[in-house]
Write a protein of this length. Structure first.
Length: 203
C-alpha cells in the first residue's frame, strides 16, 4: 500500500480540525472530567468503523450516487446537530463533578459519539474519496482496508483524549458561572452552525 504516511498525515489534520466530534469531547470533559469523556470518544472511534464499512459497501455507493439518499442522510445529521446545540444552549452551567457520575452517562455518551459520526454523510464521502487513493488494488484489499480504518480510529482516540486533557486544564474557569455560560452558548451555537451548514451543503 502506497502513501500510508501521507494518509496518516491527512487523517491527523482532519481529526484535529474542530468539528462536532471535537466539540462533544470538549463538552463532556468540561462537564464530567476526562473519565466522563471516554464514552463519547470511543463512540466516535467506533462510529468510524461503521462509516468505513458503509463506504466499502453498496450502501456507500447508493449514498454517493443517489441525491435522495444523500439528502435524507444529510438532514438526519443536520437535525441531530441542531438538537444537540439547542440542548447545550439551554443546559445549566457545568459543575465540577466531584462524585462519580460518569458511569450512568457513559452509554449515552457512547451512543452520542456513534450518532455524530454515522449521521454525517460527509464522513462517508471522506472515506470513499480517501481509501481509493491509498489502497493498492493489485494486492489483498481487506488487510489494507482494515489497516487504514484502525489507523484512523486510533488517531481519533489519541487526538480526542488530547483535547479532553486540554479541556481539563481549563476546567475550573470553564466551570465557573461566567465560563460555563460562555461554553454553553458557544458550544450550542457551534453545534447549530454545523447543523445548518450540513443542511445547506450541496452534494
Amino acid at each position: 500500500m502506497d502513501g500510508y504516511l501521507l494518509f496518516s498525515v491527512i487523517a491527523i489534520a482532519t481529526i484535529l480540525s474542530p468539528g462536532p466530534g471535537v466539540l462533544l469531547t470538549l463538552t463532556n470533559s468540561i462537564r464530567y472530567g476526562v473519565p466522563g469523556a471516554v464514552g463519547g470518544i470511543f463512540g466516535i472511534a467506533f462510529g468510524t468503523f461503521i462509516v468505513a464499512g458503509v463506504s466499502a459497501t453498496s450502501v456507500g455507493v447508493i449514498l454517493a450516487t443517489s441525491t435522495i439518499a444523500f439528502t435524507i442522510m444529510k438532514y438526519i445529521g443536520a437535525m441531530y446537530l441542531i438538537y444537540l446545540g439547542i440542548k447545550l444552549w439551554n443546559s445549566p452551567t457545568p459543575q465540577m463533578d466531584t462524585e462519580n457520575k460518569t458511569t450512568k452517562n457513559i452509554k449515552i455518551q457512547f451512543l452520542e459519539g456513534i450518532t455524530l459520526q454515522v449521521t454525517n454523510p460527509k464522513a462517508v464521502f471522506f472515506f470513499m474519496s480517501i481509501f481509493p487513493q491509498f489502497i493498492n488494488y493489485s494486492s489483498e484489499f481487506i488487510g489494507q482496508f482494515i489497516l487504514l480504518v484502525i489507523t484512523y480510529s486510533s488517531l481519533v482516540l489519541i487526538i480526542h483524549f488530547m483535547y479532553a486533557h486540554l479541556a481539563k486544564k481549563a476546567r475550573n474557569w470553564l466551570s465557573s458561572p461566567k465560563g460555563g455560560k460562555i461554553v454553553n452558548r458557544a458550544g450550542g451555537g457551534t453545534f447549530v452552525f454545523f447543523g445548518v451548514g450540513l443542511a445547506s451543503a450541496n452534494k
